[in-house]
Write a protein that binds this ligand. Structure first.
Ligand code: MBD
Ligand code: FE
Length: 261
């Protein structure tokens, strides 16, 4: 199939689907014009990536997933995050809000053998739901970093537990959600891009048990294998061993990479 045929087929179906819904719901001229006006404002506000990733990326991701354990990238990945040095601590402010999280894990191949030297690119929002290098507030590359797994495919990184996350407020996407009576929440999450020579790179997110939005993620991006349980550590000896002055949480995860093909 040529790319023109492909474009013709996909675009015809999308246009037909939209027309069928306009017909089915008897959409008025006022509604049509309000919708167009909203689309124009969506573009002016730069929120097309947010809108598309919240409502449609999950389908593209499902169509293209090569195995379990992946989910959507979302709108806020930024290339070029700082390379971290061991022991890995995600860049953060001295008074970064949130509970301390120690995440450990392994990068494995599909057959379960470790992938030494795999690269993990990790990014997350701060406790105010702001992403550095995207939203005003956090310093450059706050809560973003790259690290490598060791010779056994293992890694450990210290960061903060991400609380439940709401989408950016005050723009056209929020306006749409309000107009429809929908909430603007996602469960708290850590974003990852995991890569290694000879493997497909894996884009995914990790979530935490007990978050109230696991079942109602506005971006439809939660999968059961990505929900981790947190263990609380408050033994004073363990805290001082870690140089921490408050309780922390720990969890671990195995990332599985599929061979490049
Ligand atoms: C996010 O932080 C996000 O991860 C997704 C998928 C959509 C909007 C904001
Ligand atoms: Fe996110």
């Amino acid at each position: 199939m040529t790319s023109q045929q492909r474009t013709h087929e996909v675009l015809s179906d999308i246009i037909d689907s939209v027309n069928a819904q306009l017909d089915k719901h008897g959409v008025t001229y006022d509604e049509y014009r309000a919708g167009l006006d909203w689309l124009i404002r969506l573009g002016h506000a730069g929120e097309w990536p947010l809108f598309a990733d919240v409502f449609f990326e999950h389908t593209v991701e499902a169509v293209n997933a090569t195995g379990p354990g992946s989910t959507i990238e979302g709108p806020y990945y930024v290339a070029g995050a700082p390379w971290l040095e061991r022991p890995y601590v995600l860049p953060q402010r001295d008074d970064e809000a949130g509970d301390v999280l120690i995440l450990s894990g392994t990068v494995l191949s599909a057959e379960g053998s470790p992938v030494p030297g795999a690269v993990l690119d990790l990014w997350q929002a701060d406790a105010d739901c702001l992403y550095s290098n995207v939203h005003d507030g956090p310093p450059a590359f706050n809560l973003r970093g790259r690290m490598t797994a060791d010779g056994n495919g293992r890694f450990e990184v210290r960061t903060i537990v991400p609380p439940s996350y709401h989408l950016p407020r005050g723009g056209p996407v929020e306006e749409l959600l309000n107009a429809a009576g929908w909430h603007d929440w996602r469960p708290g999450h850590l974003h990852f891009m995991v890569s290694a020579e000879g493997y497909e790179s894996l884009t995914t997110q990790l979530y935490f048990e007990g978050d109230r939005y696991l079942e109602s993620d506005i971006a439809s991006a939660v999968k059961p294998e990505l929900i981790l349980s947190l263990r609380k550590h408050d033994d004073p000896a363990e805290l001082s061993e870690r140089g921490l002055s408050r309780p922390f949480y720990s969890t671990s995860h195995e990332f599985r990479l599929t061979p490049a093909g």
